[in-house]
Design a protein around this ligand. Structure first.
Ligand code: F6R
Length: 610
């Protein structure tokens, strides 16, 4: 949801800002812009509609020399994607600002500022902030004080980068509800929405806390907390490689990330199991003691992460023997709910910054949940910092907007959690040993399924001219069908829905005709016979079936039925195994349709606004 970068250095910063934006583009790509302070105190601003590459071309034609600057890549919330709505926003050619988040009281502030004589040039919620800061600067306040005073009037979420044309020595940053890091260099300092943006220039970072305001100079930084106290925040060294977020030889990040899944699983399992046991400290040092006490689990997440949670509900109840409820965070946070006694509250998020998930966690803590656990892929994220227990998935940076390897490692984390809780309930030592062996076998199983890539690329041709697709599954394969439908719709723009196969005859069967491909996920499990009857219902009505089934499933390829065979595994890891072909199907359909696979329209990777 918008990416921001800023730099104060002894060298020209435009190239650093542009590279930072390129690396942040997954956060939004409607428009991009930057402003640098040139000698003589002139703010030089360039903004373009569309992607960062266009901004780079524009800057190449009109080089910028300034050593202090801010930049932004936008995901539109208030005001259409248009050059005049692109950041940075300026006030009276003096103050320049980039913003990530939403200012909730912008309408009131705008009315007041118009009455006071400000002329607005955009429809954004952001522009009120730059005018508010400008007014404080005009009162004679230094930039840091001007930002602090203006911030007291803002309601909502923001990460800000601000410069004053009359002050070439300072860059000011503020964080309230949207992520922001400071990059520490030698004789130069930076800000960005995440560490990846700055890896080409530094690997040392300060993670700002909620309510922090920071003043950066070339030589150092000073940070004030939400109470106005000067504070020291630790400088942390990142071990992420500078090329960790590069595409390499793959045509798209999404394909690279699908193929990285065996490694991502192995990395996530590393150090979490010994012999035939899951290590007790896998979820934190006090986890075992806490898990012994819990009587139920509540899991909250959004989108793909929510689908992982739905799979976990089947595992938690069937394997661990513990009641488990699952809900999307945007619903949970606004619902009056009953807090079960001795319950564990789990959030799942790739980014750890999803606004609804974070709000749900805060709600759960306030309403008295015993213990909170975050399953997350980003170590210094808000979700991680605010949870009692943390499990970090080691998927590595995920750049494609459609989540793939992060989902896979979330499933791995949730199966480990099922064991860690289940051993105090229904799961015996033999059951645990069996699960551990299955988890160990997973990277090899996923590698086998990836070999189907070519077959699925050909299969994809049958979906390109379709407008709708139905996905069917039963049991823990129902959420996998949901995930398959989400992947297809978000990157190919084909309308796709998932149904538990048993629900077909209660309505969706009416949709079936030869223009509605039906994808079914059919491992050889206890529900297979039931699923086969459901598939017959589709066939009898002329539907085109595409069935992903393992080798043991007795299913004939006949007119209208295409069967794609997968290696036979075990029911407990089938959700992971059957996820892969659905990811590949969505990918190849999107490639054939010529959509922007890694940056699909209207979406952004990290949803830091409500
Ligand atoms: C879909 C996708 C989204 C995210 C959702 C939650 O491919 O990636 O549905 O899963 O926006 O994001 P996180 O996991 O970062 O909380």
């Amino acid at each position: 949801m918008c990416g921001i970068v800023g730099a104060i250095a002894q060298r020209p910063v435009a190239a650093i800002l542009l590279e930072g934006l390129r690396r942040l583009e997954y956060r939004g790509y409607d428009s991009a812009g930057l402003a640098v302070l040139e000698e003589g105190g002139r703010l030089n601003r360039v903004r373009t509609l569309g992607k960062v590459a266009r901004l780079s071309e524009e800057v190449a034609a009109n080089p910028l020399k300034g050593t202090l600057g801010i930049a932004h890549t936008r995901w539109a919330t208030h005001g259409e994607p248009a050059t005049h709505n692109a950041h940075p926003h300026l006030s009276h050619e003096r103050c320049a600002l980039v913003h990530n988040g939403i200012i909730e009281n912008h309408e009131t502030l705008r009315r007041e500022q118009i009455a006071a004589g400000h002329v607005f040039t955009s429809e954004t919620d952001t522009e009120v902030v730059v005018h508010a800061i400008h007014d404080e600067l005009e009162q004679g306040h230094a930039l840091i004080e001007a930002v602090r005073l203006a911030a007291t009037r803002l309601r909502g979420a923001y990460a800000l980068g601000v410069i004053d044309a009359r002050d070439p020595e300072h860059l000011v940053a503020a964080r309230q509800g949207s992520p922001l890091v400071i990059g520490v260099g030698f004789g130069e300092h930076f800000i960005a929405s995440d560490v990846f943006a700055l890896l080409p220039v530094t690997n040392r970072f300060i993670f700002l806390e909620e309510g922090d305001i920071a003043e950066l100079t070339r030589e150092g930084t000073r940070i004030w907390d939400r109470d106005g106290q000067l504070v020291e925040r630790p400088v942390k060294t990142s071990s992420v490689a500078v090329d960790a977020a590069e595409r390499g030889a793959y045509r798209h990040f999404m394909l690279k990330e699908i193929f990285e899944q065996p490694q991502a699983i192995a990395d996530t399992l590393q150090g979490r199991m010994a012999g035939d046991r899951v290590l007790p400290e896998t979820f934190g040092n006090q986890a075992s003691e806490l898990f012994q006490r819990i009587r139920s689990v509540t899991i909250v997440a959004c989108g793909t992460s929510y689908h992982a949670a739905l799979v976990a509900r089947y595992w938690m109840e069937a394997v661990a023997g513990v009641p488990c409820q699952v809900e999307v965070a945007s619903e949970y946070r606004y619902r009056r709910h009953v807090v079960p006694e001795q319950a564990l509250f789990v959030t799942i998020s790739q980014s750890g910054e999803t606004a609804d998930t974070l709000a749900a966690l805060r709600q759960a803590k306030a309403s008295g949940y015993d213990t909170t656990l975050a399953i997350c892929n980003v170590p210094e994220s808000s979700l991680v910092r605010e949870s009692d227990l943390v499990f970090l998935t080691h998927a590595g940076p995920e750049i494609g907007v459609a989540s793939t390897k992060a989902f896979m490692t979330q499933l791995v984390a949730l199966l480990l959690l099922t064991v860690a809780i289940g051993r105090f309930h229904r799961l015996d030592a033999a059951g645990e040993a069996r699960l551990v062996a299955l988890l160990r076998s997973l990277p090899a199983r996923i590698t086998e399924v990836l070999a189907l890539d070519g077959v699925i690329a050909v299969l994809a041709e049958q979906f390109v001219d379709k407008h709708h697709t139905l996905f069917l599954g039963r049991g823990e394969q129902y959420p996998i069908a949901m995930e398959g439908a989400l992947k297809l719709k978000e990157i190919s723009y084909i309308h796709a829905e998932a149904y538990p196969a048993g629900e077909l005859k209660h309505g969706p069967l009416a949709l079936i005709d030869d223009q509605m491909p039906v994808v079914a996920v059919a491992p050889n499990n206890g529900l297979l016979e039931k699923l086969k009857s459901n598939l017959e219902e589709v066939r009898a009505r002329g539907g085109q079936l595409f069935v992903f089934a393992d080798f043991q499933v007795p299913l004939e390829e006949v007119e209208g039925v295409t069967v794609i065979r997968l290696p036979e595994t075990d029911e407990l890891i089938d959700p992971m195994v059957f996820t892969v072909p659905l990811q590949l199907l969505a990918y190849h359909v999107a490639v054939l349709k010529g959509t922007d696979v890694d940056q699909p329209r209207n979406l952004a990777k990290s949803v830091t606004v409500e």
